[in-house]
Design a protein around this ligand. Structure first.
Ligand SMILES: [Zn+2]
Length: 415
């Protein structure tokens, strides 16, 4: 059985017009903005049109069921998010959300006999306008009132004000937690957001884990001196040390694993004048690896490199590490189901780690969870250039549908 790619395509092309940025062709649907609210209304209409039932929880997560779903067994969930970053692409989140709905429509139309309900879910605020992975964090861990009251958006607006406008009750937002075991399994279809599947000619990525993430600040201290009167041989230039340190990062990452990445996207120089030798240079790093042991080793190797370079330049360095966010391994059994589904269709597939965060990392706390990736053209994402061929989208949708049928076809546990 296959999805209806024409219907899915039409949905994705319509959703793309909601919050469209005319100048760039991108999409701005930051969560709970007027565009996001319009997209949510549109999504609810699509569900109603298909005769499906929607439950919206206190944080705005939407969970969609068939009217005549099997009773008494824990449901299989699938879905993603329809909010976007400012001027983002049209597939990040939207693909997994609309493909989930498409799968539910196909299962209902074909009256596929299942022993478990399959439910489509749209998580609220994945992109963190108010809180990164807001909706799925509420499902996996819950929020207390004080945390929600303190949340502000990119524009400095308060979440509580948005909820008041929507007529939503903050108490309901504190009651979104789903207990471990209430959901039988979760699968999310998503674009890769990186270049690997396309470069290696794969149709489907079976995601092995969601990357672990850490970071830190390296502060190089030297001596702030006159840019004209201090000879080059007598300087202790903090920025020169920091710059040399940054050039060591590709080698440091490669020494840990082929998946390790380290990035400096932020540099601060003090005192900060074109005619002053920098006295202090602070480089802020983000580094990631799919394995916790390697993530910790990467942090240590980065610190060591900073100290070696500082010593060579007659500088001192302080290293302020962030608290690491552990990688999330995805469920082996569901990964095998996805792999078998891809093979059943004759699609080329490979195991691949996810370098980005996803709602799946929260769902993995309460249910066996896995992800399916489809290629991203040129690896572009969080940008209007984000794109995937309709052929690859159809393949991803077919693999998702076959996986859901398999996961929902087992015998329900006897109470
Ligand atoms: Zn996403």
């Amino acid at each position: 059985m296959k999805i209806d790619i024409d219907r899915l395509r039409s949905d994705l092309e319509t959703l793309r017009t909601i919050g469209r940025v005319e100048e760039t062709g991108g999409v701005s649907r930051t969560s709970f903005s007027p565009a996001d609210r319009e997209a949510r209304r549109w999504y609810l209409e699509r569900c109603a049109e298909a005769g499906l039932v929607v439950e919206v929880d206190g944080l705005g997560n939407m969970v969609v069921s068939a009217k005549d779903e099997p009773s008494g067994a824990k449901p299989v969930w699938t879905g993603s998010h329809i909010d976007s970053v400012p001027d983002g692409g049209f597939l990040d989140g939207a693909l997994g959300s609309m493909a989930a709905l498409e799968c539910l429509r196909r299962l209902t139309e074909e009256k596929v006999p299942l022993s478990r309900p399959v439910r489509a879910v749209v998580f609220a605020d994945e992109e963190g306008n108010y809180n990164h992975l807001l909706g799925s964090t509420g499902i996996a861990k819950g929020f207390d009132r004080a945390r929600l009251e303190a949340m502000t958006g990119r524009d400095g607006d308060r979440l509580t004000d948005r909820f008041a406008e929507l007529g939503w009750d903050l108490d309901a937002a504190t009651r979104t937690k789903v207990e471990p075991g209430e959901v039988h399994a979760f699968v999310e279809l998503h674009i890769e957001q990186g270049p690997n599947l396309e470069a290696d000619g794969f149709d489907i990525g079976v995601v092995t884990s969601i990357v672990g993430l850490s970071g830190g600040k390296a502060r190089f201290h030297g001596s702030a001196d006159h840019a004209g009167t201090t000879p080059m041989t007598k300087r202790r230039d903090a920025l020169l040390g920091a710059a040399e340190f940054l050039t060591t990062l590709p080698g440091v990452a490669a020494s840990i694993s082929k998946d390790a990445v380290a990035t400096c996207g932020l540099i601060g120089v003090e005192p900060g004048g074109a005619n002053v030798v920098p006295g202090t240079a602070t480089v802020t790093l983000d580094f990631r690896d799919p394995d916790m042991g390697r993530l910790l080793a990467l942090g240590e190797a980065i610190e060591r490199s900073a100290r070696e370079v500082a010593a060579r330049h007659g500088l001192t360095v302080t290293w302020e590490p962030d608290t690491p966010v552990a990688p999330v391994p995805l469920d082996q059994g569901i990964r095998e189901t996805i792999t078998a589904a891809a093979e059943g269709f004759g699609y080329r597939h490979t195991d691949i780690p996810s370098g980005a965060g996803h709602d799946s990392q929260n769902m993995a706390l309460i249910a066996p969870t896995a992800m399916v990736f489809v290629p991203s053209k040129n690896g572009r994402s969080h940008s209007p250039a984000e794109d995937t061929s309709w052929e690859d989208i159809e393949k991803g949708g077919n693999v998702l549908l076959a996986t859901l049928i398999e996961l929902a076809s087992d015998e329900p546990a006897t109470p």
